[in-house]
Design a binder for this molecule. Structure first.
Ligand code: NAD
Ligand code: UGA
Length: 430
């Protein structure tokens, strides 16, 4: 099949590479010319393990362009993979999706295409597929279909998730178009769930909101564990063996971050409200997530009292390990809260320093390794669960700190080991 991918970000590039691997001809389009120029030179603009190899392996089936006319000429099925960031009120900003829909309509007319299919892979609220139909119809009067094919990949495992998904959701009000899109995945061994348009759009939000709810739930369990003297890590183990609960997403910490959970939970809450339904549970999920970050700051305050002039090393800036992505990272949020109280912040991350630098103010000193940052520190906060942090020479770090305090926001380190090394150690719920 001839496919176009509109939007060359995490989802677009990984989907494009995987579709080419499945044997399709793929043209990847983005309005960011610099990004496209890089891709044309073989430079992958994001960090995603295995993506460069997959793009390279299938390079004879993949082309890149910043020209929508070319994308429409070279493909019959168009996957919208552009961003849908949050607006001030929590709703999804659909301006990029709308711009693409209008442009597709115009190009369909200009190039006299026959029965094209538009697929939304971007995460979009229920009703967006129908809105896209309306926008395209403003210029194009021929037959076309809209299909929702939400994406469930995780950053840092995106290639594996795309090649071996646990399910594929295809939603459309046109059964033939839905069958065609299911056919894009002919080689993939995964259940295909065929639904109508609205249901597929809802599945994506329900999935992210449920996972976020699991995280907020275990964080609340952690907080009560601290009060009553139980260990949340063991509680998570104890409940996770029950297959009805499952082990995944029961890691207590500083709350969920990243470009999707915070925005999608808020968007589902917002569009439920706008539809006349008060989704009470989600309101609490959001509040608990906020509270969890403040609790890390409260733990620092508990030990250091006044933060003005205190030196704090933040270990980890990415929103989770194995990525350079700092969007809605808990680390950045906590740094801001500490700076308001006058703390001097030093920070280190094995991969995300460059991206973090663009978001942090000049007062934050970024260092090339943890040991350098620990000299004279009054506290260390572990903010990302990088496995490398476990292997640090903690004895040496202890010897150069002004006060040997560790606030482990990810329950990464072994509390008894740390206490043996004469650290004051605080995790979350243990
Ligand atoms: P991203 O920010 O990495 O990339 C988006 C790309 O879209 C950018 O390269 C941008 O230049 C391009 N773009 C914006 N407007 C455009 C336009 N009018 N025409 C062409 N290109 C345009 O975004 P992402 O992380 O890949 O997310 C894309 C969508 O997929 C979002 O809706 C997101 O919620 C969803 N999603 C993301 C993930 C993830 O892990 N990142 C997983 C599942 C779903
Ligand atoms: C998440 C979902 O897992 C994907 O299925 C989905 O496609 C994607 O959002 C999306 O829609 O964009 P991702 O944001 O890459 O993927 O990261 P996750 O691994 O889900 O982690 C999200 C956040 O939750 C991170 O800050 C992580 O540290 C935190 N988390 C995760 C916990 O605090 N505890 C856990 O047990 C699991």
């Amino acid at each position: 099949m001839r496919l176009s991918i509109i939007g060359a970000g995490y989802v677009g590039l990984v989907s494009g590479a995987a579709f080419a691997e499945f044997g399709h001809d793929v043209i990847i389009m983005d309005i960011d010319r610099e990004r496209i120029a890089k891709l044309q030179r073989g430079i992958v603009p994001i960090h995603e393990p295995g993506l460069d190899r997959l793009l390279d392996k299938n390079s004879d089936r993949i082309s890149y362009t910043s020209n929508m006319e070319e994308a429409v000429r070279e493909a019959d099925i168009h996957f919208i993979c552009v961003w849908t960031p949050p607006l001030e009120d929590g709703s999804a900003d659909l301006s990029a999706v709308r711009a693409v829909a209008r442009e597709l309509g115009k190009q369909f007319v200009k190039l006299k295409v026959k029965t094209p299919i538009i697929v939304t892979k971007s995460t979009v609220p229920v009703g967006t597929g129908v809105a896209i139909q309306r926008l395209v119809r403003q210029s194009y009067k021929g037959d076309f279909s809209v299909v929702s094919n939400p994406e469930f990949l995780r950053e840092s495992q995106a290639v594996a998730d795309m090649l071996r998904p646990d399910r594929i959701v295809v939603g459309s009000n046109d059964p033939d178009a839905a069958k065609t899109i299911a056919g894009v995945y002919h080689d993939v061994n995964a259940p295909i769930i065929m639904t109508d348009l609205a249901t597929a759009e809802m599945i994506k939000y329900a999935a992210n909101a449920f996972l976020a709810t699991k995280i907020s739930f275990i964080n609340e369990v952690a907080n009560i564990c601290e009060i009553v003297g139980a260990d949340v890590e063991r509680v998570a183990e104890g409940i996770g063996h029950d297959p009805r609960i499952g082990k995944a997403f029961l890691k207590a910490g500083m709350g969920y971050g990243g470009s999707c959970f915070p925005k999608d939970v808020r968007a589902l809450h917002q569009f439920s409200n706008a539809s006349g339904y008060d989704f009470k549970l989600l309101k609490s999920v959001i509040e608990v997530n906020e509270q969890q970050r403040q609790m890390i700051v409260d733990k620092v305050n508990k030990h250091l009292k006044i933060l003005n002039g205190k030196n704090i090393l933040v270990l980890g800036l990415a929103f989770k390990a194995h990525t350079d992505d700092v969007r809605e990272s808990g680390a950045l949020d906590i740094i801001e809260r500490l700076q308001i109280q006058g703390a001097n912040i030093t920070a280190f991350d094995p991969l995300a320093l460059l991206n973090a630098k663009k978001k942090l103010n000049d007062l934050v000193i970024l260092v090339g390794n943890a040991h350098e940052g620990a000299v004279g520190a009054d506290a260390i906060i572990v903010a990302t669960e990088w496995p490398d942090f476990k292997e640090l020479d903690w004895e040496r770090i202890q010897s150069v700190m002004r006060k040997p305090l560790i606030i482990d926001g990810r329950n990464l380190l072994d509390p008894s080991e740390m206490r043996k090394l004469k650290f004051i150690y605080e995790g979350v719920g243990r």
